[in-house]
Design a protein around this ligand. Structure first.
Ligand code: 2SA
Length: 478
C-alpha cells in the first residue's frame, strides 16, 4: 500500500505528525485555514467600516451609495469567518484551484456566502459583492491577517508556555537559593555558588526577553497597491483615506498603524519579534545543555517515568531525552526564525512575492519552539537536586578556598599587617594541582599572621558556605 493513499493524509513533517499534541494549539492561529479565516475577518470588518463609517467621519458611510449595515447584517457578515470549517476550507480550495490566487479565492468565498443571505437582510445582496475587497490589494488583507494571527499565537500560545518555564525556574530558584553548589569554570572546580542563584540567572535573562516580547509592536497597513491610496482617491476623492486607514488598523484591527509602505507592510516588526524569540530560544538552549550536564554529573536526578524505557539495551538507564529533544528543536526553530528575520525585511522595489511563501513558515518556526518549550517544561518537572552528589562535590574540592584566603591576605597586607606578602603565590604553592583537605586549609591559615578575627572568619569557611551573597541575589531574578 502507498502511504499517500491513506486518508486522512499522513503528515510529512513531525510538527503535524509525531509532535502534533504539543504543537496543536498553534493550528488555531498559524495554519493555512487560520490565515484564510483571518483574511475573511479583515475583509468583513473593512466592509463594515466602509458602510457604517466611524466616529471620525460622523459615522457616515465612507463610500457614497453604500447603505449602513444593520446589527443583524453585521452579525451575518461576521459569522462568515466564524463558521469557516471543513466545508468552507474545501470551498475556498475549489476557488483557489481556478484563480491560483489565494486572496481572490477568499473574496469569491465571501461572495458565495452573500448569495446565501436570508432575504430579510436586504443590504446583503448581489450588489454588495462590489464592496468586498474594495480598493484593496491582497497585501492589505494579508499583512493585517498575518499580524493578527501572529499576535494571537504569541499572546495565547507561545508566551504562556514561555512564562510557565520562567515561573517554574523562578520557583525552583527560590527553593534552592541556599543550596550550595560547586561551580565549574572552564570545566574546572571554581568558587561555589548556589543552585538557586544559577537558575535565577536564567530567570533574569528570560524575563528580559519576555519584556521585549510583551512590548512588541505589531504593525499593519491598508493603503492600496503601492501605498499611495491611488485607487481610493480615484474612486472616492472626498474621503480622508489616511484617517480611514488609521482607524481601521488601529481600532478595528488592534494593530500599530504603519503609514508609509510600498505595496507590502515592511515586515520590520516581524524581524524584531523573530529575533527576540530566537534569542530566547538560545538562552533556553543554553539551559537545556546546562541541565543535561548537571544530570550527567549527578547534580540533578531524574524521576523515572513508570513503565518507560531509558535504553533499549542498558536497563539501568534514565536518559535526559526531553532536554535533548528541546535542545534540537530550539536549534531548528532558531534557524527558521533567523531566516524569516533576515529575508522578510527585503523586497524588490514596490514588492516581490518571496515574503508570501516565507511567511507560510511562521507556524513551523514558532512550532519548533513550542515543541521545545513543551519538552523543556516536561524535563524540568522531572528532575530534583541530588544532595548526596552536591555535598560530595563540595567536600572533595577544598582548594576552592584558595581564593578567599589569598584575597583576605591582600586585604590584611593593605591594612599593614606584616608577613602577608605574596599571598597569591603562597596559596598557589599549597593548592595548585593538589588535592587539599579541611585540615590542610586550617593549618595554612594558622601558619599566616592573620588577626584573630580574620583567621576565625576564614576557618569558618567551607566549600559549602563559601557562596557569598548568592542566595540574596535570587531576589533580583525579576
Ligand atoms: O493584489 C494583488 O494581488 C496584487 C499583486 N501582488 C500580490 N500580492 C499578494 N498576493 C499575490 C500577489 N500576486 C499574486 N499573489 C498570490 O499570492 C500567492 C502566493 O503563493 P505562495 O507562493 O504559495 O505563497 C498566490 O496565491 C498568488 O496568486 C500585484 O500584482 O502587485
Amino acid at each position: 500500500m502507498k502511504l499517500t493513499d491513506i486518508s486522512p493524509a499522513i503528515a510529512l513533517t513531525p510538527l503535524d505528525g509525531r509532535y502534533h499534541n504539543a504543537t496543536a494549539p498553534l493550528v488555531e492561529y498559524l495554519s493555512e485555514p487560520a490565515l484564510n479565516r483571518e483574511r475573511m475577518r479583515v475583509e468583513v470588518e473593512w466592509m463594515i467600516l466602509l458602510a457604517n463609517g466611524f466616529e471620525g467621519n460622523g459615522n457616515q458611510p465612507v463610500v457614497d451609495g453604500v447603505k449602513p449595515f444593520t446589527e443583524e447584517e453585521k452579525s451575518f457578515l461576521r459569522a462568515i469567518p466564524e463558521d469557516f470549517g471543513a466545508e468552507g476550507i474545501a470551498a475556498h480550495a475549489a476557488h483557489e484551484a481556478v484563480t491560483h490566487h489565494d486572496v481572490k479565492a477568499v473574496e469569491y468565498y465571501i461572495d458565495d456566502q452573500i448569495d446565501k443571505a436570508p432575504a430579510e437582510l436586504t443590504n446583503i445582496n448581489d450588489a454588495l459583492k462590489t464592496l468586498v475587497h474594495f480598493a484593496c490589494t491582497s497585501e492589505d488583507i494579508n499583512n493585517l491577517s498575518i499580524a493578527r494571527c501572529v499576535k494571537n499565537a504569541m499572546e495565547n500560545v507561545w508566551t504562556p508556555a514561555f512564562k510557565e518555564i520562567i515561573d517554574h525556574l523562578a520557583e525552583k530558584a527560590e527553593e534552592y537559593k541556599d543550596k550550595a553548589l560547586l561551580s565549574l569554570t572552564h570545566g574546572q572546580p571554581a568558587t561555589p555558588t548556589t543552585l538557586g542563584k544559577e537558575l535565577a540567572v536564567y530567570v533574569y535573562r528570560l524575563n528580559r526577553q519576555l519584556k521585549h516580547i510583551e512590548n512588541q509592536e505589531y504593525l499593519g497597513k491598508i493603503n492600496g497597491a503601492t501605498g499611495t491610496f491611488g485607487a481610493h482617491l480615484a474612486a472616492c476623492p472626498d474621503v480622508d483615506w489616511i484617517a480611514v486607514s488609521r482607524e481601521f488598523v488601529t481600532n478595528r484591527m488592534g494593530l500599530t498603524w504603519n503609514p508609509l509602505t510600498t505595496q507590502i507592510e515592511s515586515h520590520d516588526w516581524q524581524a524584531e519579534l523573530y529575533s527576540t524569540v530566537s534569542h530566547a530560544n538560545r538562552i533556553m538552549h543554553n539551559l537545556c545543555v546546562d541541565v543535561w550536564m548537571y544530570i550527567s554529573r549527578g547534580v540533578f536526578a531524574q524521576v523515572p517515568v513508570k513503565g518507560a524505557t531509558g535504553s533499549s539495551t542498558m536497563p539501568h538507564k534514565v536518559n535526559p531525552i526531553r532536554f535533548e529533544n528541546a535542545e534540537a528543536n530550539f536549534e531548528i526553530s532558531c534557524s527558521l526564525l533567523d531566516t524569516l528575520s533576515a529575508t522578510l525585511v527585503e523586497s524588490r522595489w514596490q514588492r516581490d512575492l518571496t515574503d508570501s511563501t516565507t511567511q507560510r513558515n511562521i507556524g513551523s518556526a514558532l512550532g519548533y519552539s513550542q515543541l521545545a518549550l513543551y519538552n523543556l517544561m516536561g524535563g524540568l518537572k522531572s528532575i530534583h537536586p541530588n544532595d548526596h552528589v552536591i555535598s560530595r562535590e563540595l567536600d572533595e574540592n577544598w582548594e576552592v578556598l584558595g581564593e578567599p584566603i589569598q584575597t583576605a591576605m591582600r586585604a590584611c597586607e593593605l591594612r599593614g599587617l606584616p608577613g602577608m606578602d605574596k599571598p597569591y603565590e603562597k596559596v598557589k604553592e599549597l593548592m595548585r594541582g593538589h588535592e587539599i583537605n579541611k585540615e590542610q586549609v586550617e593549618a595554612f591559615i594558622d601558619q599566616q599572621s592573620f588577626d584573630p578575627e580574620t583567621a576565625a572568619r576564614l576557618k569558618a569557611l567551607t566549600p559549602a558556605t563559601y557562596t557569598g551573597v548568592a542566595s540574596k541575589l535570587v531576589e533580583f531574578d525579576r
